[in-house]
Design a protein around this ligand. Structure first.
Ligand code: SAM
Length: 334
């Protein structure tokens, strides 16, 4: 399909606009594009939160290394058991996400990936474990992992304001290239409305995605996390998230774009609003309770009901109301 790009001016106008008609027509256009490629099918991914240990200090993140929180990491058996339960429910993609935890060596991860793929060859494994070496990515790919999510979080000067100086944006961007080179299907994205952000910065984030052409794009509103230095900052707006989601969809027709948990946390109808603005993926949380209780990236993070392992029927019913349905396949991008 022909890729259409907005001019910088058009994007800035959309950001500034409060005209409901403009926003509705943007969301509708994005939705039409999604439907023309993926029809009314919504892919599901089972999210397993494997560890909240993290060496990094992303200032916004509720599991950063400065937080005095209860730390957990799942055992290999617990991770594999979660994938078994989820497989029974119909999930065919498992997303292993966690902080940058050196406990999870290439060897340990490879064994987990290999075991899951051995049990369930008809599945996809997505990893979201932060920056690792290219050699490590190669080993994980060869063990059977398929996709990797690594948000760049924010463009240049805002990235610096959100992270410690040792965390460098270009290292994250280089990691995305490494991942692609070793054969991963890649996903990236950014926070909507984090502290200090501005329209030009968001425009630059959209343009970075335009150039990278990732197969998956994940954006979600910043939400304050108690105990972080940003705990008093306001959460990102639903309206901005939906505008950005639609722009990204229109510019990247084939990408897999989730309607994120963060969006659903700041708006009880966020899940469906994201889909109506062009998203085509949802990622219910299939982690065991110890992870759900302690993987608190931000306040009030939702992991029950439609967001959980056993919520698929209810999720499907909700989607049906709007003419959509769950697609239980591995859900590769077209
Ligand atoms: N460690 C991996 C990494 O850095 O990519 C994956 C785990 S990280 C916790 C997953 C995502 O959570 C980040 O990419 C970030 O965008 C999101 N996140 C963290 N804190 C958040 C907050 N306060 N509000 C919204 N999203 C947040």
């Amino acid at each position: 399909m022909f890729r259409e790009f907005f001019s910088d001016e058009d994007i800035l106008d959309i950001f500034k606009s409060n005209d409901e008609k403009v926003i509705i027509s943007l969301n509708e256009k994005a939705r039409r594009i999604t439907n023309s490629i993926y029809q009314n099918k919504i892919f599901i991914r089972g999210l397993i939160e494997i560890s909240n240990y993290c060496k990094n200090n992303c200032f916004y993140c509720g599991i950063n290394n400065k937080m005095k929180i209860k730390r957990f990491r799942l055992s290999s058996d617990e991770i594999i058991a979660s994938s078994k339960l989820a497989y029974k429910e119909g999930f065919r993609t498992f997303v292993l996400q966690g902080g940058e935890d050196s406990f999870f060596t290439d060897d340990i991860l490879s064994r987990i990936i290999y075991s899951i793929k051995n049990l369930f060859p008809d599945t996809r494994i997505t990893l979201s474990l932060g920056v690792r070496s290219k050699k490590s990515y190669k080993i994980l790919k060869e063990s059977g992992a398929d996709r990797y999510l690594l948000r760049f979080e924010a463009e240049d000067e805002i990235f610096k304001k959100l992270h410690e100086s040792s965390q460098i944006l270009n290292i994250r961007k280089k990691a995305l290239l490494d991942l692609r080179e070793v054969g991963f299907v890649i996903g990236t994205g950014f926070l909507v409305d984090p502290p200090f952000t501005n329209h030009i910065n968001t425009l630059n984030s959209i343009k970075f995605i335009r150039e990278l052409e990732p197969e998956m794009i994940g954006i979600g509103p910043f939400i304050p996390a108690k105990g972080t230095i940003f705990e008093k900052y306001p959460a990102g707006s639903v309206k901005n998230t939906l505008k950005i989601l639609s722009i990204l969809r229109i510019e990247n027709p084939h990408s897999l774009i989730p309607s994120t948990t963060a969006l659903n946390t700041i708006d009880k109808d966020g899940r469906i609003k994201g889909i109506l603005a062009g998203a085509n993926v949802v990622m219910p949380n299939i982690s065991p309770d110890v992870a759900k209780e302690n993987y608190k990236l931000y306040d009030n993070k939702n992991s029950t009901g439609l967001e959980s392992l056993y919520g698929l029927k209810a999720l499907d019913e909700l989607l049906n109301e709007y003419g959509y349905e769950i697609d239980y396949s591995k859900g590769d991008n077209k």
